[in-house]
Structures are given as C-alpha cells and as structure tokens.
Design a protein around this ligand. Structure first.
Ligand code: ADP
Ligand code: MG
Length: 541
C-alpha cells in the first residue's frame, strides 16, 4: 500500500540480530519468556499510568494470551498493556536503547554457555529473540489513550516497515511467522511447559489457546506472599532470574514478613555473579515496590545505593493502591521500610561473613559497591566497615579490620593502609619496607573508592586508620626496625637535598620506613594521600 513506510534498522541492530539468532540457538525457547515478560511489563505500566490517568483503566481483567495457529504456522502473543505509538514502535523495536552491540558481543563471547541466555535480558534486547524462531515478525499496537494503531513488520534482515492498522482495544499483538524448524512452538502443551518453567511467577494471568479455548498456563501467585515452607529452591531461583534478569543461582535468598507497626513481605536476592552491565553505571536500587501484590514502581529507592546489587520485591499493605510518585517521595512509610530492609540485609551479610570462603564469593562481586556505604552513609558506616575485606601485606586471601586488630604489633597505634591501582604492585612497593622489617601489617587497597572512604571512617574500634604514604608515620615505638642512630649523620645531606629539590617537594626528611630503598615519596600528614593526589591529577585538578 502507499502508506507503507520502509525504515532501516539502527546501525547496530542488524549485527545484533545475527548474534542473538546464532549464539543462543540451543536455548531458543526463551523467546517466549522474553515476549511474555514484555507483555506483562506493558500491563504493569498501563496499570501504573492509570492511577493518575483513569481514562487508561482496563475494562476487563488484564491478561496475556498465547495463540498458536498450526494451519497458518503463526504464534501470536497478545496483551492489553500500555501499547506503543508509531514513534515508540520505531524507537523500541528499531534501535538499541540500553547498550551497544559491541559490549553485548563481547559478553556473549566471554560468558559460559549456561549464562548466555541471560545476556538478552540484561542488555535489553529480548524482543529480538523472536527472530530465533520466526522468519517474519509483525507487531500491531495501539497506545492506551490513543485511537490509532500501527503495524511494525520485519524479516530481521536490515529493515522494517510501518503501516497503519486497526485494533479494537489498546495493547499489542505480536505475530510470529514460525520457521519450518520451529513448529514445536505451535504445540499448546509445549507452550504451557515453557510458561510453567519460565513465567510461573508472573502475577498476570497467561493463557494458551487450545481447541479455541484459553487455558491458564501460569499459577500466578505472588511467590513472596507464600510461606517459606511452600516455596522450593527452584521456584526461588526462577523468580530471582526473572527479577534480576539473571541466569545464575542467587548467593543469598532473603524471604521474610514484617508484622506489627509496619507490614510488608519481602523477597530479596543477592546475585551469585556480577552482572555484565556494570553496577557502577546506575546508582539507584531497583528493588520493586508492590502494594497489595500490585506492582507500583522499581524506582522507590527501597535500599541505599551502596546495596544496589540486591534484587527483588517488597510488597506492603501500608500504602494505598493509588499511591502517586509525589506521595512515594513524601511518605514516612517508605523511609521506615527502607530502614528495616537495610538492616535485614546487613544482618544477613554479617551472619554469612562467618564463613570466610562463602563470603569471599560475595565480596569479590560486590565488595567495591558495599564500600561506598562507609563513604556516604554515616548511619551505617561502622556496621559496613566491619563487613569489609582486604588484601594484606601479611596474610594470604581476604582479611577483615577485626582480624587486623588482633594481629597488631605491640606498640602499634594505627591501622595502616596503602591504596593504589592493583594489589600485586602495592605488595612490591618500597613504601612497605619499614613496615615489613618490623612485621607491621599493611592493608592493600585497590578499588577506586579506596581513595575516599578511609578518610571518612577515620578509625575502627578506636584505632586510627593511616595511609602509609602520608608523612611522619612513626614506627619508632615498634621493635624490630632497621638500625636507628644513623639519622643524625644525614643532616647535612638532607639540607643539601632540600635546597636542590625546593621547587619539587615541600620537605626532605630522614625516615625509618625504608630498608633497601634510598628514597620514597610521602604525602604531607594533613591532606590527600598519594593515591588521592594521583586521582586528583588524573581528574585534572
Ligand atoms: P526490554 O524489555 O529489556 O526493555 P526488549 O527488547 O524486550 O527490551 O523490549 C524493548 C522495548 O520494547 C521495551 O522496553 C518496551 O518499551 C517495548 N515493548 C516490547 N514489547 C512490548 C509490548 N508487548 N507492549 C509494549 N511495549 C513493548
Ligand atoms: Mg524485554
């Protein structure tokens, strides 16, 4: 027709399609998980927008319908969600929103086989998985609150078309023209099995049509509302993979119900692996807020940013269903839930930290994020400090501040740290010579945030934290150092050096911190340490 518009895909989409279709072939049933998740998200979004715009309210119960048609060899996934306007079809299904193809390709190449399918979700490219099973995809959609509908269509080969269409109600139909070798996905029984496996916890009813009748395919109970005894490990893990867009086993599963002045159910997870999308990018917690089962938002900041790796759901009775964004910001209920949930996560970390080997798995994934808590959260600073782990000049593996205190030498008055870019290099630093000679342990810090938080913590259990690169570290009270008494002999040399270097350094001093090396740079006692100075220079300050 003359209204058909042809568009090229955004530059990266073509290559991406190729990657998705070929790299994930063995797991192709997940196309259904992705399309059903999108449909359920769309229903959630419509319900949320309807809170402030009643015109968008659904007349009937929302559901996601899966309609196989063997004769036509098509599979349709239909929802009554928010829908997409013409520009949204082009934007969401024609470009890559969240991240580059390159990063995706790199992760795909590096991830173990079992983790590859989760990358689709993490990189926000779930829709394109439809092309694993279909050689043509048509999306007919009508945005809630508007009258017009459009059909987006593509064979997944570089371009797509947009044409005017009609749809009785707002929502979206995705029609997949199945490849010859994908006919198994037209069997209702097969479809039901996939839904039960991947989407059982979705609280919106999902039906599969069989002999002209819609049969329920998911149980749809809110898992977090069930008593613990009724939930299996596998159900927890599956729900975790859904909320976290992950594919691994959670490292921790926290499921509890708060009763009394504050009523809520929470089901939270700490991932077993670091997400490929670096946690550094986004700082807000994405824990989902539900009110009486209904999804409200994943932007309520239910946990502080330094616990943003925690995933899951908090469902409360203490807020009205029609809670608005403004109200979310103002209500004291949320602040109280935040506090209670934060404390629960910290206590879980404390108890798991007793098993050093187990805790190391968590620490290596998220330790650098947790450290931000010492920097920015005065209320929890001390508690978080006790959860930190370090590399050290004295022991193998990870060690805590408490363990360090227990090993301190007689006469040692401070906790010594050395920050830099990598611990192997730090372990060889001449800065450590005098400490080694006296058997004084130094903690080696190599995360970006390590230049900052020690200043804020200042002391642990009454012992000050000192950077070894800061001037005038006094080791004289600790036995075992190199021969003293030579300092007096170098007075003349010092004066001469001071004169020669007066434009480069503020002071030249004799030190008992060195054993083999002749000189070492030190920072002034007050002000930034050497690593901080390096960072400031890099930042052009
Ligand atoms: P993600 O879901 O991670 O954002 P997808 O590739 O699965 O990535 O989907 C891209 C976008 O397309 C979604 O974010 C959403 O805006 C839009 N979309 C996909 N399916 C639907 C649908 N059934 N209804 C409304 N919008 C949809
Ligand atoms: Mg999706």
């Amino acid at each position: 027709s003359d209204t058909l518009e042809r568009h090229e895909f955004g530059a990266e989409v073509g290559r991406l399609l190729d990657l998705v279709v070929h790299a994930l072939y063995s797991e192709r049933e997940i196309f259904l998980r992705e399309l059903v998740a999108n449909a359920a998200d769309a229903v959630d979004r419509r319900r949320f927008e309807a809170l402030t715009n009643p015109a968008l309210t659904l007349a009937a119960e929302a559901k996601v319908r899966i309609l196989p048609d063997k004769a036509a060899r098509t599979l349709t996934i239909a929802d009554s969600g928010i829908g997409m306007a013409k520009a949204e079809l082009a934007q969401h299904l024609g470009t890559i929103a969240r991240s580059g193809t390159l990063a995706f390709a790199k992760s795909l190449a590096e991830a173990p086989a079992a983790e590859k399918p989760s990358l689709i979700g993490q990189f926000g490219v779930g829709f394109y998985s439809a092309f694993m099973v279909a050689d043509r995809v048509e999306v007919t959609s009508r945005r809630a609150g508007t009258e017009e509908a459009w059909t987006w269509a593509s064979e997944g080969k570089g371009d797509y078309t947009l044409a005017p269409a009609s749809r009785e109600e707002p929502g979206t139909d995705i029609v997949l023209h199945m490849k010859a070798d994908a006919e198994e996905f037209l069997e209702p029984f097969r479809l039901q099995t996939i839904i039960r496996k991947w989407a059982d916890h979705i609280t919106i009813p999902i039906t599969v049509a069989r002999d002209g009748k819609d049969e329920p395919a998911n149980e749809g109970t809110a898992l977090w509302r069930k008593p613990k005894s009724e939930v299996t490990e596998e159900q927890y893990a599956e729900f975790y993979r859904h909320v976290a867009h992950a594919f691994d086993q959670p490292w921790a599963t926290l499921h509890w119900r708060a009763e009394g002045t504050l009523e809520f159910s929470a089901l939270l997870f700490i991932p077993g692996m670091k997400p490929f999308q670096a946690v550094e990018g986004e700082r807000e917690s994405r824990v989902r807020l539900h009110v009486r089962r209904m999804f409200i938002t994943d932007q309520a900041g239910l946990l502080p940013p330094w616990l943003r790796f925690v995933q899951g759901v908090v469902d409360t009775e203490d807020l009205p269903l029609n809670v608005s964004r403004e109200m979310l910001q103002a209500t004291p209920v949320l602040a109280r839930i935040r506090k209670s949930v934060t404390n629960r996560v910290l206590s879980e970390l404390r108890s798991r930290a007793r098993d050093a080997e187990d805790y190391a798995k968590f620490w290596e994934n998220f330790g650098a994020v947790l450290k931000e808590g010492v920097w920015e959260d005065a209320e929890h600073r001390k508690e978080v400090a006790a959860l930190l782990r370090f590399r050290s000049s004295a022991v193998e593996g990870w060690t805590s501040l408490a363990d360090y205190l227990a090993r301190m030498k007689e006469g040692q008055e401070a906790i010594y740290i050395l920050a830099g870019d990598d611990t192997a290099a730090l372990a060889r630093s001449p800065q450590l010579e005098g400490f080694r000679a006296r058997g004084v342990e130094v903690l080696l810090l190599s995360d970006g945030i390590d230049a900052f938080w020690p200043e804020r913590l200042d002391a642990f259990e009454g012992k000050p934290i000192r950077s070894v690169t800061k001037g005038s570290v006094d080791l004289s009270k600790i036995a075992g150092g190199p021969d003293q008494g030579e300092a007096a002999d170098v007075a003349q040399l010092l004066a001469r050096l001071q004169e020669l270097l007066k434009d480069e350094v503020s002071e030249v001093r004799a030190t008992d911190r060195l054993v083999d090396s002749a000189v070492v740079l030190a920072a002034p006692p007050y002000g930034p340490d050497l690593q901080m100075q390096r960072l400031l220079r890099r930042a052009g300050r």
